[in-house]
Design a protein around this ligand. Structure first.
Ligand SMILES: Nc1nc2c(ncn2[C@@H]2O[C@H](COP(=O)(O)OP(=O)(O)O)[C@@H](O)[C@H]2O)c(=O)[nH]1
Ligand SMILES: [Mg+2]
Length: 343
């Protein structure tokens, strides 16, 4: 299966082995990378695994078969894992059907069944990268999200990925609300070695974007990443501002933005759901980046989001380092979540 990044940017570094990604005989640096990442992903998901998958094992302590009490307990586990009420009910319903057919005998069978159902949800939300790089002009990615979710960091990590595959990247500081936001982006630009377009604090974000695209077009930038403001206390203004930025982009580069990437903080659990709804209503979100999956017990939110919105998760963040942002790969994610052994 081709990842979004690889589809669009054919010479990207990532090569994902599907199931056997943990193979000890990694043959290439890329595969070694993949194997290392899987271990990190597995580690990152350990708290989610504790509150979810490991709890399923305890359901069968002193029990021989699946009864009403066991299903009640399973319901609680699914809710606690931030899988969400609707998704939980659906999973329970499907589990009940399988129990009726005597298809589930023990904890292992139940886990395998849940794993398959969850994978199906994640795959359903996947969307192939059908949009190719524009024939002319840059590929414009508009990045949205509430303050603190990891927008700027994610942009830096993406810029790093793109430069690694020899794309010419421009960063645009359209979060003009806070002076620190633009400074932070400029700092990242220096670190990653890409140009940043910024104006003084308080400038109109749409005009920053307008000027930035003017700058980008004749200079053959491949990718333009636009950082936006995330102050939610002025919700209506923010949404209007985002709509306006989107219109300006389309005017300057027809078809842009080519991707509207919403960044969500996995540690906020259900809040991520309401944020997705809010932003998606204002501007049509085309992809998600889920940050801070490392160290949270709320990793089940990934399942919840895929089921609720059908918006593909493009990237997941599992740490603060450059290489800690990776393409989201449903098989890999489910394998890491259900990994047996320690933790
Ligand atoms: N542990 C962890 N921290 C992250 C991740 N992504 C971002 N962060 C941290 O989250 C904080 C806020 O990030 P920032 O990019 O400034 O958020 P913004 O306000 O949305 O632009 C920073 O300290 C980042 O280092 C991640 O995947 N894992
Ligand atoms: Mg920021």
């Amino acid at each position: 299966m081709l990842s979004w990044f690889k589809n669009k940017f054919g010479d990207a570094l990532e090569i994902y082995a599907e199931q056997g990604i943990v193979s000890l005989e990694a043959q290439s640096p890329q595969q070694e990378n993949g194997a290392r990442f899987f271990v990190r992903l597995k580690d990152g998901l350990s708290r989610t695994r504790q509150t979810f998958v490991r709890q399923i094992d305890t359901l069968f302590l002193g029990k021989k078969k699946i009864d009403a009490q066991l299903l009640d307990d399973l319901e609680e586990i699914l809710i606690m894992a931030d899988i969400g009420a609707t998704t939980t009910q659906e999973l329970l319903e499907k589990t009940r059907e399988q129990v009726k057919r005597n298809a589930l005998g023990d904890s292992l069978a139940l886990k395998i069944a849940l794993k398959e159902m969850i994978l199906a949800y994640l795959l359903k939300a996947e969307r192939p990268a059908d949009r190719v790089l524009p024939a002319q002009g840059p590929f414009v990615i508009m990045v949205l999200g509430v303050n603190g979710v990891g927008k700027t960091t994610t942009i830096a990590k993406l810029a790093h990925k793109f430069t690694q595959s020899r794309k010419k990247v421009l960063l645009v500081a359209a979060d003009t609300f806070r002076a620190a936001a633009s400074e932070q982006l400029q700092l990242w630009g220096k670190r990653v070695g890409v140009e940043v377009v910024a104006q003084q604090a308080g400038a109109d974000p749409s005009s920053v974007v307008y000027d930035a695209l003017d700058y980008a077009r004749p200079r053959n930038f491949d990718v333009v990443l636009v950082d936006t403001a995330g102050r939610l206390h002025t919700k209506i203004n923010l949404m209007e501002e985002l709509k306006k930025i989107k219109r300006v982009m389309d005017k300057k580069v027809p078809g842009a933005p080519h991707e509207i990437l919403l960044v969500l903080d996995a540690t906020t659990g259900q809040n991520a759901i309401s944020q997705t709804r809010l932003f998606n209503e204002a501007v049509e979100v085309t992809g998600l980046a889920l940050t801070k999956l490392d160290g949270t017990a709320k990793g089940g939110i990934v399942i919840n989001i895929c089921h609720e919105f059908n918006i593909p998760i493009r990237f997941i963040g599992i740490g603060e380092q450059m290489e800690d942002l990776r393409d989201f790969e449903p098989h890999e994610f489910v394998e890491a979540l259900f990994a047996e052994g320690e933790a």
